[in-house]
Ligand binder design. Structure first.
Ligand SMILES: [Zn+2]
Length: 158
């Protein structure tokens, strides 16, 4: 698949890295990163497990006040609740970058996309859901509920 190279930085130790990312105007597709740098590609629009977890999130939260809020909750928890962990034992997450290889302290941050865009053609595997698929409906709901509570920590709760 075609990805765009982006400059990423660590705000603590100033480590710099170039990571292959989806273009900035992408909709309905995500790269999920593990803290150790492994990556999965999710085509969310047609992914049955993504839809299933979204339904459970809406059941638990009452759907939120807007579609945006609902999608926000889903994206916060999807990687950790549904995707099998990477070979290095790290879980995947939609809205984060790998941990800084320099200081191991904080996640890298996106600084800027290459401009003109440097396109790279790489194979990124899709996430697998073996663990998720073995859960009962009750356990799925429990796992999503716990992840939603964990994700709410650090978010302003009104
Ligand atoms: Zn660092």
């Amino acid at each position: 698949m075609k990805l765009v190279l982006a400059h990423c930085v660590c705000h603590i130790c100033k480590y710099q890295a170039e990571l292959a990312m989806l273009p900035p105007d992408t909709y309905g597709e995500f790269l999920l990163w593990g803290e150790g740098g492994q990556c999965r590609y999710l085509l969310a629009l047609t992914d049955a497990v993504y839809a299933e977890v979204g339904d459970i999130v809406d059941e638990i939260t009452g759907g939120g006040e807007s579609g945006w809020e609902s999608a926000d909750n889903l994206q916060r928890v999807f990687g950790v609740v549904a995707c099998d962990k990477a070979a290095d034992g790290e879980s995947f997450g939609i809205r984060r970058l790998p941990r800084c290889p320099g200081c191991q302290g904080s996640p890298l941050s996106l600084d800027r996309y290459t401009n003109p865009a440097v396109i790279v053609d790489v194979d990124v595997p899709s996430p697998s859901y073996h663990g998720w698929k073995q859960l009962s409906s009750e356990d799925k709901r429990k796992r999503v509920g716990e992840a939603l509570r964990a994700a709410a920590v650090g978010k302003a709760v009104s």
